[in-house]
Design a protein around this ligand. Structure first.
Ligand code: PLP
Length: 262
């Protein structure tokens, strides 16, 4: 089956992250990515220099056109950028009952540049997370969403397990916290579920810094869910695909490596 995946995310003109990553990952799995582009960012493989948000009225009209035509088998959400966009997405998800939604709560780029106009942690967890099947934050994002305050990258002592449990208590149904930002030899990713179950995966830490690995993971999981794969299996398979793409990554410029998503 060729699933139709609705992707709501930002555009990265350097081709490593955002919508490019989503389309490539979904295409590699044989799906079709329909895209609502929340923002155009100004960045290269080294730095984010800014972004411009898409007008909500335009997003509403694009969504109406798509929903009048397509059925969607899954939704992937990446960069939202503003409270107004988070609220637009919540309204849109209410029109897609029963469709699995994967939320990558993007707050900053790997290089550290902010990708939000205002503080979005509370709105993401309070208004979007209950409508999503899975959240895929990295540990700094998870700490922020768990209510530890501060800004992405700020020092925090909250453990992975505390964050996972707290996010489930705050309304998330399942959370995959990725360990890409740790300085250990392995990347450990932990799945926490509202039912109290947990599961962990450990991957060899590869030598470079990668642009778009989080987008690629969330889109791969969304597409696998859209094909009907059970969540836990899709989470495992999505990670294996990212590991494969990162092993073939290359450095197109002066900054981060870009995954080869095929
Ligand atoms: N979405 C957009 C538009 C971005 O520009 C970025 C990073 O630059 C991200 C998402 C997050 O990328 P990553 O998958 O590296 O966390």
């Amino acid at each position: 089956m060729k699933p139709n995946i609705l992707v709501i995310a930002g555009h990265d003109p350097s081709g490593g992250a955002g919508i490019h990553a989503d389309i490539e990952a979904i295409h590699d799995l044989g799906g079709l990515a329909s895209t609502l582009i929340t923002a155009l960012t100004v960045q290269n493989s080294q730095h984010v220099r800014g972004f411009q948000l898409t007008d909500i009225d335009l997003l509403e009209r694009q969504a109406d056109a798509l929903l009048a035509d397509y059925d969607f088998q899954a939704v992937k959400i990446g960069m939202t950028g503003s409270l107004a966009t988070v609220r637009f997405i919540a309204r849109l998800l209410a029109r897609l009952p029963g469709v699995p939604v994967i939320l990558d709560p993007v707050l900053a780029a790997e290089s550290g540049g902010s990708l939000t106009r205002e503080s979005l942690g509370d709105a993401m967890i309070g208004e979007l997370a209950p409508l999503c099947e899975l959240l895929t934050p990295n540990l700094p994002e998870a700490r922020l969403l768990a209510g530890d305050g501060g800004t992405p990258g700020a020092t925090s002592t909250q453990s992975v397990a505390d964050c996972g449990q707290r996010l489930c208590q705050r309304g998330a149904r399942a959370v995959l916290i990725t360990g890409t930002h740790d300085d250990t030899d392995q990347v450990s990713n932990h799945l926490f579920r509202g039912t109290g179950e947990t599961q962990s995966w450990h991957w060899q830490r590869l030598p470079h810094v990668y642009h778009g690995s989080g987008c690629t993971l969330a889109s791969s999981i969304a597409c696998l869910r859209g094909q009907g794969m059970p969540l836990e299996q899709a989470v495992a398979e999505g990670q294996a695909r990212v590991d494969h793409y990162l092993r073939a990554a290359w450095r197109p410029g002066q900054g981060q490596h870009v995954p080869d998503r095929r």
